[in-house]
Design a protein. Structure first.
Length: 179
């Protein structure tokens, strides 16, 4: 059975995701792209993964370079669209560079995760970049979410994670698979 890529994309669009801009330094200037295929991989060592279409300029720039995952806030839809190809005024994008050994990060992001390159894998029409977290910052606020082709706010967030009260967490002493 042949899978229609457009239909698959529509199906996958029903999975709501956060919105990030992944950035790196090209040597001349910072470069970034809007990415929603980002995930945590490991806490020990601290690893995250970003999947990039191999045809993008960012995929070519990131090989062997530090990168930053900038988690966008609910009011940064314009920033997401800019790094997805809808140009904004150049001075409306503010970069910060607190550590010269790490990639530049976007000012005003909800959170930033600065990584050193760990490994790159083939992922079909994408390249999978694993990064070791070297530094992170959390600034608070509401996230920007991508769902069925649209950007928007998450809506009211829960004060506590529901699994913390479910009795199904590995941090509980009676959890059958704890070390």
């Amino acid at each position: 059975m042949r899978i229609d890529p457009r239909m698959l994309r529509t199906c996958l669009g029903h999975f709501a995701t956060g919105v990030t801009v992944v950035s790196c330094d090209t040597g001349d200037a910072p470069h970034g792209a809007t990415v929603n295929s980002f995930t945590a991989v490991s806490l020990e060592p601290p690893l995250v993964l970003v999947a990039l279409d191999r045809r993008t300029r960012l995929a070519g720039y990131m090989e062997g370079r530090p990168f930053t995952v900038n988690v966008l806030g609910s009011r940064q839809g314009g920033v997401a669209r800019h790094f997805a190809g809808t140009a904004m005024a150049a001075d409306s994008v503010a970069w910060e560079r607190p550590d010269l050994d790490l990639a530049p990060r976007l000012a005003g992001a909800l959170a930033t995760i600065s990584c050193r390159p760990w490994h790159v894998y083939d992922g079909g029409d994408h390249r999978l970049f694993l990064g070791e977290v070297a530094h992170f910052d959390v600034h608070g606020g509401e996230p920007l979410v991508f769902y069925r082709g649209r950007l928007g706010p998450l809506g009211p967030a829960h004060q506590a994670a529901p699994w913390l009260e479910s009795g199904d967490g590995p941090e509980l002493s009676w959890f059958p698979f704890s070390a």
